[in-house]
Ligand binder design. Structure first.
Ligand SMILES: [Mg+2]
Length: 435
């Protein structure tokens, strides 16, 4: 009798406060006492009901939306073509959709394991870090976003809470202009100095220049001019962009010689000095030079990071949530921290990724800096500038906020960026016409 009465009261409450759903809570709708009951019970019975794969149809970037029976949507992004991610999600006897529909989105670590193991069982397809892992990364990012929205918590809170309320962002810039015929033109020393001064004026405390190949003798003068322009207190970093891809015979000895040229300019870290899988080479390099050695943008599981961490082959790990997902990133970051390494993620190319990196780094003591697009560096190319602008500032309702060079943690649930703005995706489609 008492139980029936209690049930009647709950039904009455449900009818009187139909707006009290996780969707309404994440939108900030006021609630009354019934929330206490629902907050504990609803996330456990929430179900995934649909997955959308969106993105520019002819670009190299995909977005996902995961929908639930509670009306909530989680969002994610990955560096992989829309047609590939769509195929992996939609088709086949072990489509990623089939592995997630009906599941509780509040268990992202279990669901990443489920997706990964099913694909690993297919003789390693995806497990070696292929495009299937990229598709899983987007879904994993969306699951963490959903788990936060469902429980009224930020991703940082789900990861254990903030150890720092804001995280330094560095301006990611390019040494090159890409010309209309696809060739690269190195920016002049004056252009680089102008960019550096603009970044400092915008509040950045750190700047990275992407060299895109190896460090040539004339670059020594460019770097000296950049250091003089920004002064000694601004961090300056250099990304070699894996010269081993471009130069036959490039090895650890070559990288050591180049890294020693950077030391006198007070370079904070040197990124991707060798092939992404060269554990022995990186180990040799990091022991030989004073500049911090960083890499990791091409590694897509914690298993690929393990040898670098176990050998103490790096000073800084650079996972990318847009390649690896939040679950794997968190494992890499924490293992690296225990081995005395900093974490500076790779990838400033979508608002969802920058937000993921902000939450991940805010939750870990070794979270050092987040890569952020240095828009001034892309002004030579209106098309590229528009693309980066759409992906970072228009693609979501609430892009991450930068204040005086630091990214600010939002109190909005999940990644704190709201939902995807489909109009921005339609605009991206115009940038990537079918060729
Ligand atoms: Mg890089």
């Amino acid at each position: 009798m008492l139980a029936e009465r209690a049930f009647d009261v709950l039904l009455l409450c449900k009818q009187r406060f139909p707006e009290d759903t996780p969707a309404a809570r994440s939108a900030g709708t006021p609630y009354l006492g019934i929330r206490i009951f629902r907050k504990r019970s609803r996330p456990n019975c929430m179900k995934i009901t649909g997955i959308n794969v969106l993105g520019p149809k002819h670009g190299y970037l995909s977005f996902v939306e995961i929908h639930t029976d509670e009306g909530l949507t989680g969002i994610g992004a990955t560096d992989a073509p829309w047609c590939i991610v769509s195929a992996l999600v939609e088709h086949g006897s072990i489509s990623l959709r089939s592995l997630l529909i009906g599941e509780n989105p509040c268990e992202p670590r279990r669901l990443w394991k489920k997706m990964f193991e099913k694909w690993q069982a297919r003789r390693g397809r995806g497990a070696e870090g292929g495009l299937a892992v990229n598709a899983m990364a987007a879904l994993d990012m969306a699951l963490w976003d959903l788990a936060g929205k469902a429980q009224g918590k930020t991703v940082c809170e789900l990861l254990g809470g903030a150890v720092q309320p804001q995280v330094m962002a560095y301006a990611s810039a390019s040494l090159f202009e890409v010309l209309t015929d696809g060739s690269w033109k190195k920016k002049t020393s004056e252009e680089l100095v102008r960019e550096c001064r603009a970044f400092v004026g915008q509040g950045f405390k750190a700047i990275k220049s992407g060299w895109g190949n190896c460090f040539a003798p004339e670059d020594d003068d460019n770097l000296a001019a950049m250091r003089e322009a920004i002064g000694p207190s601004i961090r300056l970093m250099v990304d070699f962009g894996c010269p081993a891809y471009w130069t036959e015979g490039w090895n650890a000895a070559s990288a050591i010689r180049a890294a020693r040229m950077l030391e006198k300019h007070g370079v904070y870290f040197l990124e991707e000095a060798m092939r992404p899988d060269d554990v022995e080479g990186f180990s040799e390099l990091s022991k030989a030079v004073d500049v911090k050695i960083a890499t990791g943008e091409s590694l897509t599981t914690v298993y690929q990071f393990d040898p670098f961490i176990e050998r103490r082959a790096l000073d800084i790990v650079q996972p990318d949530a847009q390649q690896i997902g939040i679950t794997q990133f968190d494992e890499v970051q924490r293992k690296a921290g225990a081995a005395g390494m900093l974490c500076v993620p790779h990838g400033p190319w979508t608002a969802m990724t920058v937000a993921s990196h902000l939450h991940l780094l805010a939750s870990a003591p070794n979270g050092d800096m987040v890569e952020y697009p240095g828009m001034t560096s892309f002004e030579y190319d209106p098309k590229l500038h528009r693309e980066v602008s759409l992906n970072n500032f228009k693609i979501v309702e609430y892009p991450p906020q930068l204040k005086d060079g630091y990214l600010q943690l939002s109190s909005r649930p999940g990644l704190g960026v709201g939902n995807l703005v489909h109009e921005a995706i339609r605009e991206l489609d115009e940038i990537y016409p079918r060729t």
